[in-house]
Design a protein around this ligand. Structure first.
Ligand code: NAD
Length: 364
């Protein structure tokens, strides 16, 4: 029996509520797929500030270091909004975790379920039948981190400088993540750049084209970022894996989440430098936040957290069949007409967080 250690960082707001349902689903998967998942819980975010005096206590980091993957809820809320920016839960917990584990690859599936296309703001004729696009965003390089970076005075006025830097090796490793992901999907990578204007774009396109030769079963196409922003809305179904550098990926993955419709349905993964025999160490979390407006009411949608657990099985633990089973179970439950409030529509059955988790667990 394969055994894995999972660090469970539920965090604040709806975090613990939706995490409980992901755990419920994982315990069914353990039995069905002969796995052993050893969960160790640790405090993070606002709750850790309250109890331990800091958003990412040393003990939590130790638990993460000893684990094969981190299953993360979400952090923050009104209670901690008055703290100085550097001490706020999101910044003081997630950024150090990203840095500590070199989480360089951000994977955000934009899933629009066939039965939930009404939640998309895009015309029904475009999203009919749903779509499934995976955005692979480089997370630790480019314009957000390049030096120099400053606002200075020059000739009597202020001048702002940001620097865009990409090393070939950084592009190569994110390209490998995208091509490998595409191999388990519909085998199409669309690489995004601005090679007509930026030197970074020229190196990006050249490097991705080279790496593609190692994946002859995957088709590669290139799009300029401005064109990609349009094509993703015009025909999201024409995409499989979208590969982008940090800034472009930040914008396009949010665009795709919006087109997909419901935030409570969208998982994400941040993969790190550490490779294991089964995949890559990573942090797996819902795309949304702590939803303070509905926290504690038992009505949050647990599906994003459940699908984050599926991503953990697929990308960190190498358990693709178990991940497939969870994803198929979610589709089945949606097809049965069960809906939490955020995705509810006329004629469907409204359920709470627990009932949705139980239904997915039962459908596996
Ligand atoms: P949010 O994602 O928490 O909420 C936005 C809206 O979506 C709300 O109406 C909320 O009720 C709804 N929503 C989100 N997830 C849902 C779910 N699973 N089921 C049903 N409805 C859901 O974003 P926000 O309001 O901007 O932020 C709230 C707090 O969360 C802030 O403190 C913010 O800093 C924090 N936050 C944390 C993370 C993280 O931990 N990675 C990410 C984003 C925001």
């Amino acid at each position: 029996m394969k055994a894995f250690k999972i660090a469970v960082l539920a965090g604040d707001g709806i975090g613990p509520e939706v995490m409980a349902e992901a755990r419920r689903v994982l315990s069914v998967v353990e039995k069905k797929f002969a796995l052993r998942l050893d969960f160790e819980e640790a405090r993070v975010g606002g709750i850790a500030i309250d109890v331990d005096g800091r958003a990412l206590p040393a003990e939590t980091l130790r638990v993460c270091e000893e684990a094969d993957a981190i299953l993360f809820g979400s952090v923050g809320g009104p209670k901690w909004e008055g703290l100085p920016p550097n001490e706020q839960p999101e910044r003081a917990a997630l950024l150090p975790l990203r840095k500590h584990f070199g989480l360089f690859a951000n994977l955000r599936p934009a899933l629009c379920f066939p039965k939930l296309t009404h939640a998309s703001p895009v015309k029904e004729s475009i999203v009919a039948g749903g779509f499934d696009v995976l955005c692979v965003r480089e997370l630790t390089g480019g314009l957000y981190f390049g030096q120099p970076k400053s606002i200075r005075e020059e000739g009597g006025e202020l001048v702002a400088v940001d620097t865009m830097v990409y090393r070939q090796g950084e592009i190569e490793r994110i390209a490998h993540v995208a091509f490998k992901a595409a191999q388990g999907r519909r085998k199409l990578v669309t690489s995004i750049d601005k090679a007509n204007v930026l030197e970074n774009g020229v190196l990006w396109r050249r490097t991705v084209t080279e790496i593609a030769k190692q994946y002859p079963d995957v088709k590669l196409q290139h799009l300029y970022v401005d064109n990609a922003a349009m094509q993703l809305i015009r025909n999201p179904k024409g995409f499989d894996v979208v590969l982008a550098e940090n800034l472009f990926g930040d914008i396009l993955s949010d665009e795709m989440a919006m087109i997909a419709g419901s935030l409570g349905m969208l998982p994400s993964a941040s993969l790190g430098l550490k490779e294991t025999s089964t995949g890559r160490f990573g942090l797996f979390e819902p795309s949304g936040g702590t939803a303070p407006d509905i926290a504690g009411k038992g009505i949050a949608n647990p599906i994003a957290q459940i699908l984050s657990a599926a991503m953990m099985l697929r990308y960190a633990l190498g358990e693709a069949a178990a991940a497939d089973a969870i994803e198929a179970a979610v589709v089945r439950v949606i097809d049965q007409g069960l809906r939490t409030g955020d995705i509810w529509s006329e004629g469907c059955r409204r359920v709470g967080t627990c009932e949705m988790g139980e239904a997915v667990a039962a459908a596996i």
